[in-house]
Design a protein around this ligand. Sequence first.
Ligand code: NDP
Length: 330
Amino acid sequence: TTMEYRYLGKSGLMVSCLSLGGWVTYGGQVSPEVAQMCMKTAYDNGINFFDTAEVYSGGQCEIDMGVAIRKFGWKRSDLVISTKLFWGGKGPNDRGLSRKHIVEGTDASLKRLQLDYVDLLYAHRPDPDTPMEEIVRAFNFVIEQGKAFYWGTSEWSGQQICEAHAVAQRLNLIPPLMEQPQYNMFHRDRVEKEYLPLYKNFGMGATIWSPLASGLLSGKYNDGVPADSRLAIEDNAVMKRLRESLESEDGRVKISKVVQLGHLAQQLGCTTAQLSLAWCLKNPNLSSVITGASRPSQIEENVQALQVVPLLTEEVMEAIEAVLLNRPVL
Ligand code: NDP
């Protein structure tokens, strides 16, 4: 498979349209060695963009991903590394988007990653308790210091992002370039509706997370929770909630839709995961689809989604809509 690279929003930076993140998995669910094997498989398949966050496994994700980046001697210019700030620890000033935490949090992340700079730095959530001017000034400062090249947001509302742009414009500072929202077949409204003016008016790019809804859209949970899957992790509150949600009415409806998507995938000669990822890749407003993987074979499978994109004709897309029944009303 030949990887496709897309501009990150209106910027001149190119990111692989499929990227790899470490949430839950690296520094947590799997050993450093498995994380390294996954990252190498991704790199060897043309993935240049790797995503982490200060909060992932309490910092261990950045450490393990940093070790992998060093180990293979990859050229720094061949990589796009991102991290995200918001939850940096227990202290009152270890969290949020104060100037203090943005500056100190960036330094702490770089240290864990063993890097001089990250390419992308995200505000992991909005912080209504910090003035927007303080937030924009702080990210601008970190970029001017050379510790990041671009900054962006994650799970901010369209309104909050507009406010950041207004502040940046007024003060002649660098505005956010990209958003990192959840996007998958079951979670569409923001990316397909709320953010439309952001792509158009600000040239923002979207780098989306959980394209498989944590694995649900691979079909692996159709017959229960496999012991070697993330939903089986006992001591993780988020995974526990997801596991329990499968038992709910909503969960059962979702699984029945995944089963139907599996039939469509079979007709196309691909896997359910590949169909779900290809469906995301069809969206031209996405700069990158951030995937996750607990083993190299998943990455090998997932990069093949690129070959499925051209198979998603209007007819197939309509067949998918007929299963999902959640097309946003524009
Ligand atoms: P996905 O929804 O793609 O889930 C990935 C998980 O699904 C894998 O770890 C694996 O878990 C399983 N999986 C992947 N491929 C396959 C396959 N082909 N067959 C079967 N199972 C498969 O993405 P994530 O939820 O991991 O999110 C991706 C990245 O997005 C994160 O790493 C992080 O960087 C970012 N993110 C950002 C957030 C934010 O707030 N900004 C929030 C969440 C994620 P397993 O093998 O354990 O079952």
